[in-house]
Design a protein around this ligand. Structure first.
Ligand code: SAH
Length: 212
């Protein structure tokens, strides 16, 4: 089957608009990234649908609408140094890399990290530094960060990560007490503490296509 990825990408943009993405830079970057290369061949036909998809180890490539909402909430500029926790497929990492100066990303599954790094090379991206490890400890040698994006749900705002934010810095993190419903929080570090704002409720339940 020949898949016309160009028309699929147009579909994706429409889905992103529906999800509430109004930031034209985020929209343009997401439109330009081939989401199919982040997936196993059997799932490629679903690459431009607004659904989360499995990437192995019970992890998922996040739904594009959620990637868009979280990226928009992070409110980045091209001068920023950003930390991402949970590289996964590397899709969110690549979206960020096109919008900021440098992205540091941490993944706790070695195999996922290796695959993601191959994709960064394939796309000829040179402003991503990736490492294997537990991202809840952040990346001490590189702090402070202008922005921190956490792409795995946490029970509470991770304190070490909050501490690695610069003053005026923003962290976007899904917070949830249950496994299938989280709230995306935007946490801003001020001179005297932290301000939080709820962006929206999300469900990270992956869609498993019937034929898999
Ligand atoms: N942004 C990813 C979504 C990945 S799902 C994408 O677009 O593909 C969440 C990822 O966070 C998984 O790959 C999981 O292994 C990773 N993860 C969970 N806890 C972690 C931790 N403590 N440190 C680093 N990575 C973690």
């Amino acid at each position: 089957m020949v898949v016309n990825f160009d028309s699929r990408r147009v579909q994706l943009v429409l889905a992103l608009r529906k999800a509430g993405i109004t930031d034209s830079k985020v929209m343009a970057v997401m439109e330009s990234i081939p989401r199919n290369i982040f997936l196993a061949p059997i799932l490629v036909k679903h690459a431009y649908e607004d659904v989360a998809l499995p990437i192995g180890f019970e992890q998922t490539l996040s739904q594009p609408g959620v990637v868009g909402i979280m990226t928009q909430a992070l409110d980045v500029t091209d001068r920023m140094k950003v930390l991402e926790v949970g590289t996964g497929s590397g899709y969110q990492t690549v979206v960020l890399s096109r919008l900021v100066r440098r992205v540091y990303t941490i993944e706790r599954h070695r195999e996922l990290l290796e695959k993601a790094e191959k994709r960064f090379k394939e796309l000829k991206i040179s402003n991503i530094t990736a490492k294997y490890g537990d991202g809840t400890f952040g990346w001490k040698a590189q702090e402070p960060f202008d922005r921190i994006m956490v792409t795995a749900a946490s029970l509470d705002i991770p304190p070490i990560l909050a501490d690695q934010l610069s003053i005026g810095g923003i962290m976007v993190v899904p917070i949830g007490q249950t496994s299938d419903l989280q709230s995306i929080l935007k946490v801003k570090r001020t001179e005297d503490g932290f301000e939080t704002e709820e962006i929206r409720e999300v469900s990270f339940v992956p869609l498993i296509p019937a034929e898999v």
